[in-house]
Design a protein around this ligand. Structure first.
Ligand SMILES: O=C(O)CCC(=O)C(=O)O
Ligand SMILES: [Mn+2]
Length: 199
C-alpha cells in the first residue's frame, strides 16, 4: 500500500454519484488478484440476441455470490457460484469504504480489444431502486464511457487502470448509461468485478 492516503476523485456529473479510486489496490496486489481470479473463475460464454440473430457475447462472464439469487439481463439468466477466497477478500476491502454488504459479484473477462460491453444501465429489478455498484479493474487498461440518457451531449470518458475502483450509486443508473467500447489498440486481458446487492 502507498504511504500516502489516496484521494478519491468525485466525478462532477449531473444526476449521478460516481467516485473513482485510481489506486484502490496496489499494482502488485492487482496482478496477484488478476492471476488467481483468471485461473479460478468458472468463465462462461453466453449468447445474446440482436434483432433476432444470436451472437456470442463479446466477453466471458461469471457470477459469484453469498446467496443463491440469480441475475438476469439481456435474455441471459446467471446462477451464482459460492464466493472464492479472493473475491471475499476484495469484497471486504471495498465494504470498509462503503457502508453496505454486497451479496454478489458479476465478473467480466475482456480477452482482447475486440471484447466489449455495449451501452447499458445497471437497472435490473433485482438490484433495487438506486443500486450501488462497486467496479474493480484488474489487468489491461480499458476506456469506460458514460452518457446521459436524455442529453447525449453530456458524457464522460475515463481510463480504468489496474487496481482501480469505480463506485456508482444514487440515481446514476436512472439517468446515465455506460460502456466499454472495443478498441484497435493492443491491450492485454482485463478482468472487471462488479459487486452488487442482488435481492
Ligand atoms: O467492465 C466494466 O468496467 C463495466 C462492466 C459493466 O458495466 C457491467 O458488467 O455491468
Ligand atoms: Mn454495467
Amino acid at each position: 500500500m502507498s504511504l500516502f492516503k489516496q484521494s478519491p476523485i468525485v466525478l462532477d456529473l449531473p444526476d449521478a454519484e460516481v467516485t473513482y479510486f485510481p489506486d484502490f489496490f496496489s499494482k502488485k496486489e492487482a496482478i496477484q488478484y488478476f492471476d488467481s481470479i483468471y485461473k479460478d473463475t468458472k468463465w462462461q460464454q453466453d449468447h445474446i440476441k440482436v434483432f433476432g440473430k444470436t451472437y456470442p457475447q463479446p466477453r466471458l462472464t461469471a457470477l459469484y455470490a453469498s446467496n443463491k439469487n440469480s441475475y438476469s439481463y439481456s435474455n441471459i439468466t446467471m446462477y451464482p457460484e459460492v464466493f472464492t477466497f479472493a473475491l471475499s477478500e476484495i469484497k471486504t476491502r471495498i465494504e470498509k469504504v462503503v457502508n453496505v454488504t454486497f451479496t454478489s459479484c458479476l465478473l467480466n473477462l475482456y480477452r482482447d480489444g475486440k471484447d466489449s460491453n455495449g451501452w447499458h444501465s445497471d437497472d435490473e429489478k433485482e438490484l433495487g431502486e438506486n443500486p450501488i455498484i462497486a467496479s474493480v479493474s484488474l489487468g489491461g487498461e480499458r476506456v469506460f464511457k458514460m452518457r446521459h440518457k436524455n442529453d447525449k451531449s453530456m458524457h464522460k470518458r475515463l481510463t480504468l487502470t489496474s487496481g482501480s475502483l469505480l463506485l456508482m450509486k444514487g440515481e446514476t443508473q436512472h439517468h446515465w448509461q455506460h460502456q466499454i467500447p472495443k478498441t484497435t489498440k493492443k491491450v492485454t486481458p482485463r478482468i472487471n468485478l462488479t459487486f452488487r446487492i442482488i435481492i
